[in-house]
Design a protein around this ligand. Structure first.
Ligand code: RP5
Length: 155
């Protein structure tokens, strides 16, 4: 993620990976404030053993695109909800990549963070049958948790 302030959103990706039993690391790498850290991370990610990168950033959110420019790994971008423009700026910064450098862009905020983790899990599950079974179980549990009828109580 681009900043400590993104952690409140990105921890939902980490929690989801944790729930699925997927090894992961959370790092702060800013495209603007720590550009050398960014280049070092992105260029070395595959060699370090990473298989997917989830990059969350807000505002002028160049982080996912810059990482995608420097690694062949799949990159999923999470637009963090910014204060000034509610994450519209983040979303457009991340989604409008030029042809040739893809970033799989998710929804703004928590939903995007959770879904980035689930997409990463789906990619990893293609070559990991045990993870595929855990992902199936996670989805089944989600379906099971949805009531058939509404109640008057607040969730
Ligand atoms: C971006 O600027 C970060 O991803 C963050 O969402 C936003 C604001 O950062 P802080 O000023 O809170 O560190 O680079």
């Amino acid at each position: 993620m681009g900043s400590q302030s993104d952690w409140a959103t990105m921890r939902h990706a980490a929690d989801t990976l944790e729930a699925l039993g997927i090894d992961h690391e959370a790092r702060i790498v800013s495209a603007h404030r720590t550009p050398e850290r960014l280049a070092e991370f992105a260029k070395g990610a595959r060699g370090e053993g990473f298989r997917v990168v989830i990059a969350g950033a807000g505002g002028a959110a160049h982080l996912p695109g810059m990482i995608a420019a420097m690694t062949p790994l799949p990159v999923f971008g999470v637009p963090v909800q910014s204060k000034a423009l509610s994450g519209q700026d983040s979303l457009l910064s991340i989604v409008q990549m030029p042809a040739g450098v893809p970033v799989g862009t998710l929804a703004i905020g928590r939903a995007g963070a959770v879904n980035a983790a689930l997409l990463a899990a789906a990619v990893l599950a293609l070559s990991d049958t045990a993870l595929a079974a855990r992902l199936d179980a996670w989805r089944a549990a989600q379906s099971e948790s949805v009531a058939e009828r509404p109640t008057d109580e607040d969730p």
